[in-house]
Design a protein around this ligand. Structure first.
Ligand SMILES: [Fe+2]
Length: 432
């Protein structure tokens, strides 16, 4: 197959002098260039806009808009078009000005054909290199953008995995002490609501939420005999119990993304008046996240039922927290807390509860579907046994009872787990 010869680049020749314009265009056409001509700057700009024009050769001095005007317009509208200027003898100052404004070259009028062709080839080669460089840069930018997106997604996945791991850990801890995993999640919700009311946002808000979530992680190191003791603790047992902020801090302080939450864990039992533990910090020495948490934790502790007492109303809890502003709690935190209002706080609690109910409902639906499937399977078995065939009655393997059906064991993730968690089947601990 015969190769198609490349299309010669379009060259626009601009000169108000017919003879110069014609001579140059005729000579260049003979050399194989694709030439178009314009008698003025504005006409040239129109022609450059109609079709891709890699090169413009323009006279400097023309009536009306001159060559410099054309040069500036071309640089602005068609930056990939190269411009060679033709200047009069003794006008080197304008020639230098042209180069400064972006012309690739200049030639004295009338140009010699060899000089003209050399300048054209130089300009076109330079343009080709420049275009290739731009293409390469664009490709590189696209690659960097793609990789950045991939990296961002990977980081988001990692953050999500971290968060899920922390939630699983806290659920296990809550199940040990509080029977449900709601306590920590509710405290996170109240803490975040107060922090937001105080104008805290972005990564600082996330870190405070994480600190609230992990506040009691150190209780993993408190023996069951102390943590779950139904009666009063002895002074020795209190000493054991009071170690949990330190234990929690030791556990997570070296994990870089938990550095700030670790401070909250360490300080979550401190009080504004210095009567807390483990370091008897006072006032602003206590991390702001821990000061906010203290209010959120008290609200949850007071408004939730315990096996040994009924939870009080939100109104009572709010009044009590308000009374303790300036002693147990930071006044500013209490002010933000009161700004949220009783109804909004109740709604936070209800939201968390309805989330749990949705989970239980879907678990129950899944359970019903499994039972129906098991019944259908049994019916099929019965049907099989009534139809004589090569396999014969009883040859089919007996379908084991489905999870949850009579005689079947509840699945590990079945509704039994969630329901028993909600029912609170174990005795609780009087110390939250
Ligand atoms: Fe605690």
């Amino acid at each position: 197959m015969e190769a198609i010869p490349p299309v010669p680049p379009r060259i626009l020749i601009v000169d108000d002098d017919d003879s110069v314009r014609d001579v140059i265009s005729v000579l260049l056409r003979e050399e194989g260039y694709n030439c178009v001509v314009a008698s003025g700057a504005e006409m040239a700009l129109d022609l450059a806009g109609q079709e891709e024009t890699p090169l413009v050769i323009s006279d400097m001095k023309m009536p009306g808009k001159d060559g410099l005007w054309l040069l500036e317009q071309l640089r602005e509208r068609y930056p990939d078009t190269s411009v060679i200027m033709l200047t009069g003898y003794g006008d080197t100052e304008s020639a230098v000005d042209c180069l400064r404004r972006g012309a690739v070259d200049y030639l004295l009028k009338p140009p010699k054909l060899t000089d003209l062709i050399r300048a054209i080839e130089r300009a076109l080669a330079k343009r080709r290199i420049e275009l290739a460089r731009k293409r390469y840069q664009k490709k590189l930018e696209r690659k960097v953008r793609d990789r950045t997106t991939e990296l961002r997604n990977a980081l988001r996945d990692i953050a999500h995995t971290y968060q899920s791991t922390l939630l699983a850990l806290v659920s296990a801890l809550d199940a040990r002490e509080h029977e449900t995993s709601d306590h920590s999640l509710r405290v996170v919700r109240y803490t975040s609501a107060i922090a937001e009311r105080m104008g805290i946002k972005g990564p600082e808000l996330d870190e405070i939420g994480r600190g609230a979530l992990l506040h009691d992680i150190g209780k993993i190191g408190v023996p069951d005999a102390v943590l779950l003791k139904p009666g009063k603790l002895t002074p020795e047992e209190w000493l054991e119990m009071r170690k949990h902020p330190d234990i929690g801090f030791q556990m997570i302080q070296n994990i870089p993304f938990l550095a700030t939450p670790a401070q909250i864990v360490l300080s979550h039992q401190e009080r504004w008046d210095g009567q807390g533990y483990p370091r008897n910090l006072r006032g602003q020495e206590i991390h702001i996240g821990a000061r906010i948490f203290a209010v959120a934790d008290t609200l949850d502790a007071m408004t939730c039922d315990r096996p040994y007492r009924k939870g009080t109303t939100f109104a009572n809890a709010i009044a009590e927290i308000s009374r303790c502003a300036g002693t147990q709690f930071d006044r500013e935190v209490v002010r933000a807390f009161l700004d949220i209002g009783e109804q909004a706080l109740i709604k936070h609690k209800e939201d968390m509860h309805s989330r749990k109910l949705t989970l239980v409902q879907s678990e129950m639906q899944a359970h019903e579907a499994e039972a129906t499937l098991a019944r259908l399977s049994e019916d099929l078995d019965d049907l099989d046994q009534t139809i004589p065939g090569p396999t014969g009655p009883g040859s089919r393997a007996t379908t084991p009872p489905a999870p949850g059906s009579p005689g079947g064991a509840p699945g590990a993730n079945g509704p039994g787990v969630v329901l028993s968690v909600l029912a609170g089947g174990r005795q609780g601990n009087p110390r939250d």
